[in-house]
Design a protein around this ligand. Structure first.
Ligand SMILES: Cc1cc2nc3c(=O)[nH]c(=O)nc-3n(C[C@H](O)[C@H](O)[C@H](O)COP(=O)(O)OP(=O)(O)OC[C@H]3O[C@@H](n4cnc5c(N)ncnc54)[C@H](O)[C@@H]3O)c2cc1C
Length: 336
């Protein structure tokens, strides 16, 4: 029976799926057919349903946090459906610091290892002990060590070999008792009284000043990936745009800031129906309502075309886009 998923993704476009299954007990996973197409969903903060989806949405909503005090650290074993930010609050209340830089990142604990969430100088991988998942083929629970998860920048094995094969059920986090604050990021350097609570409060203040709250103004966070370009292309771009923010990627490539490219292409505030490039942060697209997936596709393509015309750079979306039969990618001049 068709089910609206508008409230199940933070970009909040009107859309329906064929079936919505909410997993609150692990035993339910054993009973699922996983007939394709299916899509695993947390809180939908990195997912946009562009159209009606002709498949099953399997939403992870299992709950539970166990904390074990060990000699040198705290081991937290957290069910996939727990909310990430609430977990950060819980750890600080229990005097187990470490996760404070990752405050206010939307979504579930189960989705966090998928893209190795990160912010303000900290990546989740630093604290992962293990990730447990339900193997859709063998129907068994499998445990991966940190190294086996193959974490990278916004990346892990769950985006590659295990994509659509694994439902993350439990995340084991290890927080050392010897707390070391991470203060390399600008606004945190100015903190005078360095406590985990103060870092947490500063991160929240900074994030709130930069990013719209997705539950107030629908959005899916950073919409585009920071593109990687050759050193040669960077040098020629820097002649025309000396201010272009860039970071070394490897010996031959640099990463450039997608938000800057969009802003300099004069797209801040650009609007198609209710979809707009956010006024404060050009990397974020917002949905003011009265919009459909076609409006968002038109917006993505317009931004990609403008960025291509200005800098000869292809922008790729970071957000997972779902269309009728599954995930889709919108590239320059192409529609799903
Ligand atoms: C305003 C805003 C700010 C953000 N800021 C940041 C930031 O600072 N840093 C950052 O890293 N990200 C950020 N994000 C992105 C987002 O918060 C993360 O990607 C988050 O981990 C998504 O969680 P979710 O539960 O909403 O995932 P969903 O969108 O539901 O799913 C995301 C992906 O994870 C998979 N997935 C979800 N649950 C499971 C599971 N149990 N097992 C297997 N696969 C699963 C899905 O299939 C999908 O591929 C931001 C997003 C928004 C809207």
């Amino acid at each position: 029976m068709a089910h609206s998923v508008q409230a199940f993704h933070t970009f909040s476009l009107p859309s329906q799926c064929s079936q919505l299954i909410e997993i609150t007990e692990l035993e339910q996973l054993q009973q699922q057919s996983f007939s394709r197409p299916f899509c695993i969903l947390g809180e939908g903060s990195n997912t946009v349903f562009l159209t009606d989806y002709h498949g099953q949405v399997i939403k992870m909503a299992t709950k539970g946090i166990t904390a074990t005090v060990r000699e040198h650290d705290y081991l937290l074993e957290v069910a996939a459906g727990e909310n990430w930010h609430q977990l950060v609050i819980y750890t600080l209340e229990q005097d187990m610091p470490g996760l404070e830089n990752l405050a206010l990142i939307p979504g579930t604990v189960g989705a966090a290892p998928v893209q190795n969430i990160g912010a303000y100088g900290v990546e989740l991988a630093k604290y992962i002990d293990y990730v447990e998942y339900f193997d859709i083929t063998s129907k068994e629970l499998v445990r991966l060590s940190n190294a086996e998860c193959q974490f990278g920048y916004r990346d892990s094995i769950f985006k590659h070999q295990l994509k659509s094969h694994a439902v993350i059920t439990l995340v084991g986090l290890c927080l050392p008792k010897q707390w070391q604050p991470e203060l390399s990021y600008g606004p945190l350097q100015q903190l005078k009284d360095i406590t985990a609570q103060n870092i947490f409060a500063q991160v929240i203040k900074t994030r709130n000043s930069k990013l719209p709250n997705p539950y107030v103004l629908a959005n899916a966070g950073s919409f585009f990936k920071n593109p990687i370009i050759s050193n040669q292309q960077l040098q020629s771009l820097l002649q025309a745009y000396p201010q272009l923010p860039h970071y070394v990627y490897d010996n031959e490539h640099h990463k450039v800031a997608a938000g800057w490219l969009i802003e300099q292409a004069n797209l801040k505030g650009y609007r198609i129906a209710g979809i707009a490039v956010h006024q404060q942060q050009a990397l974020v697209l917002v949905n003011h309502g009265n919009s459909v997936g076609a409006d968002l596709i038109a917006m993505i393509q317009h931004i990609q075309q403008q960025v291509w015309q200005c800098y000869h750079i292809r922008l790729q979306h970071e957000v997972r886009l779902m269309s009728r039969d599954g995930e889709c990618h919108i590239d320059l001049e192409e529609t799903p």
